[in-house]
Ligand binder design. Structure first.
Ligand SMILES: C[S@@+](CC[C@H](N)C(=O)[O-])C[C@H]1O[C@@H](n2cnc3c(N)ncnc32)[C@H](O)[C@@H]1O
Length: 240
């Protein structure tokens, strides 16, 4: 199957096919670095806000949303976990319960991130980690998050990006084309998925463009951070 984000059904099928292996392969292909970046994302959000209601978009197996909610488990009343892959959502729900979150604190949404099934001004904070580059129209996600966030609410985007330094970008490209799919093929039943993931990182719009899209919707940038020479970036916005 050709994975192409212009055809979201192919992306959903791809993520569903790797849901069982996702966390393990992620740790191997990122050499564990994603855990550090995820912690930085969670820390940055919680430094700005202690949400009663948090939304984790493209939640995958729930590693971001659940870890964030667990840190404030006595205060958070609702963690919304949204993804369009059912197998991913099953893992996310399982993770939430395993962490000891109450069923009443968890709500899962089998939906597209471009159309969020929540009312306007109802969410204190929202995250999307390694998700927005897979979405057909990132602007729709930004508009939807802007709609559901309360005034003063925080939106954080963590994404794999291309380094701006040309030499580092050249080496990273080699890693993405040759090493990442080869590594993944040793440990996943669907190595083609990792060819897509490698391509999606190289083809995604630059970080500055993503920032402009959010700012054009009225969101204010409050933090911008590049990790490890720019292979991963964090953008954080506030709804004014
Ligand atoms: C690379 S994974 C990241 C998962 C998780 N956020 C993490 O940090 O591990 C991307 C996730 O986004 C989901 N996804 C991609 N496009 C989506 C869309 N348009 N709407 C909802 N979920 C989407 C996929 O199903 C997958 O679970």
């Amino acid at each position: 199957m050709l994975y192409d984000k212009k055809s979201p059904a192919t992306i959903e099928a791809m993520f569903s096919s790797i849901a069982n292996d996702y966390d393990r392969v992620n740790t191997i292909t990122s050499f564990g670095f994603h855990k550090i970046w995820n912690r930085r994302l969670i820390k940055a959000v919680l430094k700005r806000v202690t949400p009663e209601v948090h939304l984790d978009l493209c939640c995958g197996t729930g590693s971001i949303g659940v870890a964030l909610a667990y840190k404030i488990r006595k205060k958070i009343t609702k963690l919304h976990l949204l993804d369009f892959s059912k197998p991913m959502l099953e893992h996310a729900l399982h993770r939430g319960l395993e962490y000891g979150l109450k069923p009443s604190q968890l709500e899962i949404h089998f939906e597209d991130a471009q159309s969020i099934p929540l009312s306007s001004n109802s969410v204190d904070s929202a995250t999307i980690a390694y998700g927005i580059r897979n979405v057909k129209n990132p602007l729709l996600v930004i508009q939807e998050v802007n709609r559901v966030l309360k005034k003063g609410g925080i939106f954080a985007i963590l994404e794999l990006t291309m380094p701006t330094n040309r030499v580092v970008a050249y080496m990273y490209k080699k890693f993405l084309i040759k090493v990442l799919p080869a590594l993944a093929s040793l440990v996943t039943r669907n190595p083609l998925a990792y060819h897509y993931l490698s391509r999606s990182i190289q083809e995604f719009i630059p970080l500055s463009h993503l920032q402009l899209l959010a700012e054009s919707e009225g969101l204010k940038i409050v933090k911008k951070k590049c990790f490890f020479t720019g292979v991963c970036s964090l953008l954080m916005f506030e709804k004014l």
